[in-house]
Design a protein around this ligand. Structure first.
Ligand SMILES: [Zn+2]
Length: 87
């Protein structure tokens, strides 16, 4: 399981959950990118077909653990379900 949430704040009946780093519980993240190209060999040709892939991740400002956007969204979705179940 990736990520955790914590530091729940309640204000004017509004609840919020903050995504926390799974390693160090830090809450500040920096956007980082990886760039790669994927090659495909094509029959009857010396040409290579390639796709450029760009991947965006979030890196913990404290311990440099990285999380994908999907992991962050999944964790926050779970928190939402948990809050709803507690009510
Ligand atoms: Zn961290």
């Amino acid at each position: 399981m990736a990520g955790a949430t914590g530091t729940r704040g309640a204000q004017d009946q509004q609840l919020s959950e903050t995504f926390l780093c799974n390693e160090c519980r830090g809450k500040y993240f920096i956007k980082v990118y990886t760039f790669s190209i994927r090659f495909k060999e094509v029959d009857f040709s010396d040409d290579l077909i390639y796709d450029k892939l760009e991947d965006e991740r979030y890196m913990c400002g404290a311990c440099r653990a990285t999380y994908s956007q999907t992991e962050v969204e999944e964790t926050l979705r779970r928190a939402k379900r948990r809050i709803r179940a507690e009510k």
